[in-house]
Design a protein around this ligand. Structure first.
Ligand SMILES: NC(=O)c1ccc[n+]([C@@H]2O[C@H](COP(=O)([O-])OP(=O)(O)OC[C@H]3O[C@@H](n4cnc5c(N)ncnc54)[C@H](OP(=O)(O)O)[C@@H]3O)[C@@H](O)[C@H]2O)c1
Length: 428
């Protein structure tokens, strides 16, 4: 009977989920793969830390080298997190001809091309299903399930923390900071939430997904991203009034000229769009392909067991074919593609302005929009408080650089006190 031994780097949230699934589902895993998969060694930082995992016959160590060079180990599972020394450990594992399974979006977003190349030079492979969407098998779906399609677009709610915060602002009528504190209390946000709320975490994930979906060599620099820090209850309520929900949306679109638009930002989605119904910490990915047309995958985007499930399914995929590497993990070399700079991308916009409540203001604003080719769909005057009027404006499609120029000019008008919000609108 073929035995496959695993070296597990990390025994935190995800690592303990992996260990639990390997232990509890051992009989099923054996039945499905025909291989006995055994957790041999685990790398941790602190040997004295109290842990919930009940590991028997597993060697726990702080010496990464001893695992990475162990000739009995065929698969290295990396669930440490961070870029360094993780990247170096993955390289060493591949050079030592070990398959790698990782949950690390940062390393995969930054080093995808070189790591897949290194894997193939050494006759092995690198799997990273858990790096995006936790328990949602989106990478396997894009690579294998939708392999027959040319994909036109991919839209995702890829960060549970920000989706939870936006849901709480809307449903409990909280301001951003209150919703963030609640998310931290319940464990849905880190003590330092910067990577999530700034949109960077989602941008890493879009780099990975769009690369696979469009068969393109993409880097973080190809993606313009912004976070949700400036989203207020007021904008969420106005969005609701106009028939929209605000979500932190990852967007990848193929244009008619085979160029790509890639961005992450708070976005107003029509309530009728399936992604608008994704609440709390859930994630979802909406894909448009020439053959499948529209499809959506939905589930838990993080957590010990959902993420552990993705890691173990990658281990099983490798085990199924072992010792052969039959390349079901299809993608190898991605070509460079043309990415449209953010400035040239087109969108509809929602704007909220505070202006003086006086004669002629609308005319001046309309003049600036007209000069910059911004066509107005709707203007609504909301509250008037102490001679301040609140204006909400929805535009037709406009090039981002024209919108930016209009905003610069609006801010110079004496009658405009503040540009409070600018949010992209679309997917009708
Ligand atoms: N948490 C999720 O739901 C989730 C979802 C999707 C993807 N991921 C990704 O999965 C990875 C792990 O996340 P996590 O939440 O499981 O992290 P975590 O709870 O902080 O666990 C990290 C583990 O790695 C060990 N470790 C870290 N640096 C080390 C080093 N230099 N040397 C030796 N051991 C080291 C830690 O050891 P000690 O225990 O001794 O401190 C700990 O066991 C990250 O890349 C993350 O982005 C996580």
């Amino acid at each position: 009977m073929t035995k496959i031994k695993i070296g597990l780097l990390g025994l935190g949230n995800v690592g303990s989920g992996v260990a639990q699934i390997l232990q509890e589902n051992a009989a099923n895993i054996f039945k499905r793969t025909g291989k006995q998969i055994e957790l041999k060694s685990v790398l941790v930082r602190d040997l004295n830390k109290k842990r919930n995992s009940n590991l028997t016959n597993v060697h726990t160590t702080t010496d990464a080298h001893s695992i990475l060079t162990d000739p009995e180990i065929q698969i290295i599972v990396e669930v440490l997190g961070g870029e360094h020394p993780t990247y170096e450990y993955i390289c060493q594992a591949l050079q030592n001809k070990k398959f790698v399974v990782t949950a690390n979006k940062e390393v995969m977003a930054k080093h995808h091309a070189e790591l897949t190349q290194l894997a193939h030079q050494n006759g092995v492979d690198i799997y990273y299903e858990a790096s995006v969407g936790g328990g949602i098998p989106i990478i396997q779906t894009l690579k294998v399930g939708y392999a027959a399609n040319q994909l036109k677009a991919i839209y995702g709610i890829l960060n549970g923390t920000t989706n939870y915060i936006l849901t709480k602002i809307e449903e409990d009528h909280l301001e951003f900071n209150q919703a963030l504190q609640e998310a931290q209390k319940l464990g849905f946000a880190e003590a330092d939430p910067t990577m999530d709320i700034s949109g960077l975490d989602t941008a890493y994930k879009l780099t990975i997904l769009a690369g696979i979906a469009f068969k393109a060599n993409l880097t973080l620099a190809d993606i313009s991203y912004e976070g949700i820090q400036s989203i207020s209850l007021k904008d969420i309520l106005y969005a609701d009034e106009f028939g929209y929900k605000i979500k932190l949306l990852a967007m990848g679109q193929r244009t008619k000229n085979n160029e790509f638009c890639l961005s992450v930002q708070p976005f107003m989605l029509p309530k009728s769009h399936p992604l608008a119904a994704v609440r709390n910490e859930f994630n979802a990915i909406y894909v448009v392909g020439d053959a499948i047309q529209d499809a959506m995958l939905y589930g838990k985007g993080a957590g010990s067991l959902p993420t552990g499930s993705a890691v173990v399914s990658d281990i099983m995929d490798i085990a199924f074919n072992y010792p052969h590497n039959s390349r079901r993990n299809l993608e190898t070399d991605f070509p460079n593609v043309k990415v449209l700079p953010a400035d040239l991308q087109q969108n509809k916009f929602y704007l909220r302005l505070l202006v003086n409540d006086e004669f002629g203001v609308l005319e001046k604003i309309a003049g600036i929009f007209g000069k910059n080719k911004v066509s107005i769909l709707k203007v609504i005057q909301k509250d008037i408080i102490a001679k301040q009027a609140e204006l909400v404006i929805l535009t037709h499609l406009v090039q981002q650089k024209d919108m930016q120029q209009a905003i610069i000019e609006l801010k110079k008008l004496n009658c405009v006190q503040e540009v409070c919000a600018i949010i992209k609108v679309g997917l009708e």
